[in-house]
Design a protein around this ligand. Structure first.
Ligand code: ADP
Length: 253
């Protein structure tokens, strides 16, 4: 595998009871790449993201982040393995549909929590970095507000700053705008576009076609637990070979 691979998943399987949700999924994301995952509801997109950062452990397969591999097919014990899983979680930050901010903390406290308690950075340095990141997502003036006093778009931008504060290898976005009113979506999409312009590696589950066309280097289409196709956005949106993709895009537009 070449050096510039940020994250590599091989042969991922995941089932919930009798339901096989991922059926041998392979995905490689290179550093600086923006990969958009699309597909019908229930096709396994969220489960794939959660497996990539080991929030869910796959039943089989392996995840490699920056050359370090967790094998999910073998034995699951051991302190070394637990440490590796923790490390991969830190390096693959997740931004959720429902923001998942700590409600009792201010915007800044949400951003510096991980750097202080997980990365063990000195508080003063974490605050300096946190303030810079809030400025980067246009929220310097909301530094001391609690989530309840922020709009959905502002909450999601805090969540993006919080993800960045972990200095992850890759950020995984799970439908980051689907809980937002249309007028608030643009500000979050713009924040993500800015990250792309700065070379951040990202995997984004989204139904936002215009955004995907603009920001994606590659579009991955999932259906029934499989990756059915991977294409450049220009081919994916204009001339998809697969009839499943054609009908999906027709429904979405
Ligand atoms: P998508 O993101 O494409 O909508 P998901 O990955 O959320 O799909 O879900 C795929 C399937 O797995 C769905 O049928 C869903 O109900 C099921 N599923 C997801 N998470 C769980 C869980 N924790 N327990 C049981 N079933 C789940």
């Amino acid at each position: 595998m070449t050096d510039n691979v940020a994250i590599h998943a091989q042969g991922l399987h995941k089932r919930f009871g009798d339901l096989e949700v991922l059926k041998s999924v392979d995905l490689t994301v290179r550093s600086g790449e923006v990969v958009v995952i699309m597909g019908p509801s229930g096709s396994g997109k969220t489960t794939l993201l959660r497996c990539l950062n080991l929030l869910e452990e796959p039943d089989a397969g392996s995840i490699t982040v920056r050359g370090r591999t967790v094998d999910c097919s073998g034995p699951r014990q051991g302190r070394g393995r637990r440490r590796l899983i923790r490390d991969i979680r830190v390096r693959t930050a997740m931004v959720f549909q429902q923001f998942n901010l700590f409600p009792h903390m201010t915007a800044l406290q949400n951003v510096i929590e991980g750097p202080i308690h997980v990365r063990r950075l000195p508080r003063s340095y974490a605050i300096e970095v946190g303030e810079r990141l809030l400025a980067r997502v246009g929220l310097s003036d909301k530094r001391d507000e609690h989530p309840a006093r922020l709009s959905g778009g502002q909450k999601q931008r805090v969540a993006i700053a919080r993800a960045l504060a972990m200095e992850p290898e890759v950020i995984l976005f799970d439908e980051p705008t689907s809980a937002l009113d249309p007028e608030l979506r643009a500000e979050v999409l713009q924040a993500i576009k800015n990250l792309a312009a700065h070379g951040m590696t990202m995997v984004i589950v989204t139904h936002e076609i215009a955004f995907a066309r603009e920001v994606a280097n590659r579009v991955v289409f999932m259906d029934k637990g499989y990756i059915l196709e991977e294409q450049s956005p220009s081919v994916f949106f204009s001339d998809p070979a697969n009839t499943r993709i054609r009908s999906f895009l027709r429904l979405m537009s």
